[in-house]
Design a protein around this ligand. Structure first.
Ligand SMILES: Nc1ncnc2c1ncn2[C@@H]1O[C@H](COP(=O)(O)OP(=O)(O)OP(=O)(O)O)[C@@H](O)[C@H]1O
Ligand SMILES: [Mg+2]
Length: 222
């Protein structure tokens, strides 16, 4: 299986896109200076805002900087990390939770040193219940000891309990805003729900911003 070409952080060549992910890493490193930050949930108000791609690219640049990094696919409705990293998905988060398989046996090596991937595993019928289960919370708790940074790819907030359940059990939430889509009202609603359920939103990413596309300075490099 092939890596997603949109995993731009893997390229040795510096482009506007890979630099954007490195900039995001720096912003997160600043937050890490101020507070304990080992598990970060990546979510947004609505579907297809770039949560999965952001989590994957950020995980790559985190690992490239020498951090023991894990990306967990906790989107048990539309999982994507196995496709992005070109990995099989027979085992993953759901098999650790439901079958009691050890986390270590279900981790897969990512394409760069220091990067591990826990794909979703086979999809359950009751994603929200599974994610909120004691076993799921236990697994999340153990990650903090094993990895410097765990990025958790989650479903969107609105209309689903999944991200809200997970958010309260992670150190911070990275919120993705779908640009070119007038989502202000939905973003405010999702952010309010996250705060009300105990999530600490550490920052936001404006994804697929149009102004980036053909900037002359960046075109020279990329
Ligand atoms: N910055 C970007 N540049 C180019 N394409 C992007 C970018 N971000 C996301 N995409 C594309 O948009 C689509 C949705 O991205 P992604 O799967 O990361 O979003 P998502 O929020 O995780 O979606 P879902 O709600 O289905 O989980 C994918 O085809 C992805 O390749
Ligand atoms: Mg996704």
């Amino acid at each position: 299986m092939k890596l997603d070409p949109k995993l731009v952080s893997l390229s040795a060549r510096s482009t506007v896109w890979s630099e954007a992910y490195r900039g995001l890493r720096t912003s997160i490193e600043y937050v890490q200076i101020l507070r304990n930050l080992h598990t970060v949930l990546v979510t947004s108000a609505v579907r297809e805002s770039g949560k999965s791609l952001t989590a994957a690219n950020l995980a790559v640049v985190m690992a490239q900087a020498g951090n023991r990094t894990l990306v967990v696919d906790a989107d048990l409705r539309r999982p994507a990390q196995h496709k992005i990293f070109g990995l099989p998905n027979l085992q993953g988060y759901t098999t650790v939770i439901t079958k009691g398989l050890s986390l270590t046996s279900c981790l897969q090596a990512g394409p760069v040193e220091h990067l591990s991937v826990l794909t979703s595993g086979p999809l359950p019928r009751n994603p929200a219940d599974l994610l909120g289960s004691e076993a799921s919370m236990y697994v999340l708790g153990t990650l903090k000891d094993q990895f410097d940074m765990t990025l958790i790819d989650a479903p969107p907030v609105l209309g689903l309990a999944d991200a809200l359940t997970l958010g309260g059990h992670t150190d911070g939430v990275l919120y993705i805003i779908k640009s070119r889509f007038n989502s202000r009202r939905l973003d405010l609603k999702a952010l309010q729900q996250l705060r009300q359920t105990g999530s600490q939103v550490i920052g936001a990413v404006l994804n697929q911003a149009k102004d980036f596309d053909h900037h002359p300075y960046y075109d020279r490099n990329g």
